[in-house]
Design a protein around this ligand. Sequence first.
Ligand SMILES: Cc1cc2nc3c(=O)[nH]c(=O)nc-3n(C[C@H](O)[C@H](O)[C@H](O)COP(=O)(O)O)c2cc1C
Length: 335
Amino acid sequence: MTDLNTTYLGLPLRSPLVASAGPVTGNPALWQRLQAAGAGAIVLPSLFEEEIEHDAFAVGFAEDHGADMFGEALSFLPKLDQPAVGPGRYLALVEQAREQLEIPVIASLNGTTPGGWVRYAKHLADAGAHAIELNVYDIVADTRITAAEIERRYVELVEEVKAEISVPLAVKLGPWFTAFGNLAVKLQQAGADGLVLFNRLYQPDIDLDTLDVVPRLTLSTSVETRLPLHWIANLHGQVGCSLAASSGVHDGADALKLLLAGADVVMTTSALLLHGPEHLVAMERFIRQWMVDRDYDSVNELRGSVSRGNVPDPQIYERANYYRVIHSWTDIVHR
Ligand SMILES: Cc1cc2nc3c(=O)[nH]c(=O)nc-3n(C[C@H](O)[C@H](O)[C@H](O)COP(=O)(O)O)c2cc1C
């Protein structure tokens, strides 16, 4: 039997397939199905800095962002006759998840600024969260703020959250940093036990009839795994913390590639919205069969074997690859 055990944030998981934050993990009615389908852990949807500070912040991410765009997804959402979130309700959600599940439950905090609100991390840990994921989703539109300032703020934020908790801390980020590798190391040194690469940037659109700016949440596609794959392959063995892949994981093949690049766990949200919790069964089956076909006994054995440090030509993950890829099209056109 192939061994899928992995360790993430110091937590032993039975599988590297993790249900990432989103409406599916936010619906208690689906938790047992996620666990039965083989999820190694679940990450609850985020509690927002603004909610903690104002308590009566807008309803949930799912409601705001029109989850009814995805037919079947509707049935996965919690009923929103009253706000699905808010600090009190969130704590209750964490407690409920702990009671109902055997797999680790990771609570998620979304915020960008150091401050009093980070004390809430301790309440989440006290409510039973096995770990905290700090989701730093930020759009820095103020042209006076420098990249260095922002990075310093994130490092400070991680230090502050870490100081509040005794459970492990993961930090989830977007990919849009000038020197991501350096930031990754700084966050790890500030106390991050793991990095979740990456959050997706939700870009609004303009309606040409009404000239309204409209929120558009498009689910990911497999091609988006390339960005986390690239960075995980580069960072594997270079940062002393866990690496989780998030974005574009839709099937077992996507997951395998990210494990080969060096991910400790592979997270999925869009695929669960599209196909339901049982999709994890098919993903796991594919991974197991692939491992059997190639004589891998365990995920630990294959992890990182195609990372930057383990390929014959590490430049494939650097600028040289850009040159090659661009010129491959020139050759085709001139043939
Ligand atoms: C409807 C929806 C709600 C989400 N809510 C959260 C959230 O509350 N916190 C968070 O960190 N990420 C949230 N995400 C982002 C996902 O956790 C994930 O990082 C992202 O969708 C990329 O993974 P995927 O390609 O598997 O969807 C949400 C995504 C979707 C589609």
